[in-house]
Design a protein. Structure first.
Length: 316
């Protein structure tokens, strides 16, 4: 092995991955990204790094030889794989089976640390398959490999973020914005870049085996407050209406038989009916990683203004 540290990142082509790669590069950690589709996804990411720093391999659960070899040459294994839209089987395959396989490979190969990106609210007692499968993945990883560290973020914000861009887009054509649980369900959004910084800090932190870090941003919002904030930033007046859960579930059922993603999936409806998506205080947090979360509102001002009436030129 060379004197640089090597990290292999599963799901490194996603939202957090893009930010993480740039932080790992600054720390001189060489990266291998394992992707189901390295050919289509590698090229844009590769242009952002110096030659030799970033390599891609194919991630195929049925053919793990290449992955095993890459893990055997890695000091750190990071799993950022996740999905929001799936059925029970796919949620468990993605959030529980993959961490189980990777954590076993970490043990076999004596890697230094396995970082598993889970989600705030991961809970085996939930009725949501997303939350149960995330909790199951955590449990399997923690029991398979001692040096596992769990990262549980709340909603992630970034230029590419799904949530704020979705509601800003709805506001571009609809005078009414339906929001389920608008006055009761609370979220604690944070920047995806801060989540990436937290992962790097967790890698560097000594003696944090089996640690669980819950990550939330600097402010808690109800879902309705958050949509109103988005509207304020993009300077659009719209009627924000509480969407009855029965209607939210009906639209998710209709969309489940159509080739489009629903506004809110059935599983997300269940999540909205359960606990708020905020830091519980029962685990470690940003503070323990010496990170002060970025002001999300200020950042949203910077990337959402392209949704204003005259888009990016409205500033002129
Ligand atoms: N985004 C959020 O608001 C949020 C909130 C809480 C927790 N999280 C969790 O934080 C982690 C990182 O989030 P993210 O937003 O960066 O994730 P993401 O962009 O949605 O997905 C990351 C990557 O996972 C891979 N992936 C997705 N489904 C897969 C499957 N069935 N099998 C194998 N690979 C699969 C994809 O990589 P390839 O296509 O290249 O294989 C994708 O680029 C995830 O575990 C997510 O669940 C995210």
């Amino acid at each position: 092995m060379n004197s640089y540290k090597n990290a292999i990142i599963f799901g490194g082509t996603g939202l957090v991955g893009k930010y993480l790669l740039s932080h790992l590069r600054k720390k001189n950690i060489r990266c291998i990204v394992a992707s189901r589709n390295p050919f289509s996804k590698a090229y844009t990411l590769k242009t952002q790094t110096q030659p030799g720093f970033l390599e891609f391999i194919k991630f195929d659960l049925d053919h793990l030889d290449e992955v095993k070899k890459a893990i055997s040459n890695s000091h750190i294994v990071i799993n950022l794989i996740g999905t929001l839209h799936a059925n029970k089987k796919k949620f468990f395959r993605t959030h529980a089976d993959i961490p189980e396989i990777l954590s076993k490979l970490c043990k076999e190969n004596n890697v230094e640390k396995f970082i598993l990106c889970s989600a705030l609210g991961a809970d085996k007692n939930s009725k949501s398959f997303y939350k149960i499968s995330k909790a199951e993945g955590e449990e399997r990883a923690l029991s398979n490999f001692e040096n596992t560290v769990i990262i549980r973020p709340s909603v992630l914000e970034a230029t590419e973020s799904m949530l704020s861009n979705l509601y800003a887009t709805i506001a571009s054509f609809s005078p009414i914005i339906p929001v389920p649980k608008m006055n009761t369900y609370k979220i604690q959004p944070l920047m995806a870049d801060d989540c990436a910084k937290a992962i790097v800090s967790a890698i560097k932190t000594k003696d944090n085996s089996k640690a669980i870090y819950e990550l939330g941003g600097n402010k808690i919002y109800t879902f309705g407050e958050y949509v109103n904030l988005i509207l304020k930033i993009i300077r659009k007046k719209r009627i924000v209406m509480d969407m009855p859960m029965s209607l939210a579930k009906l639209q998710s059922s209709i969309f489940s038989i159509l080739p489009f993603k629903p506004l809110i999936s059935r599983d997300q409806c269940i999540i909205l009916e359960e606990k708020d998506n905020v830091v519980s205080g029962k685990h470690l947090s940003f503070q323990d990683l010496n990170i002060k979360p970025t002001d999300v509102e200020k950042e949203m001002e910077r990337f959402l203004w392209r949704h204003r009436a005259s888009g990016e030129f409205s500033k002129a």
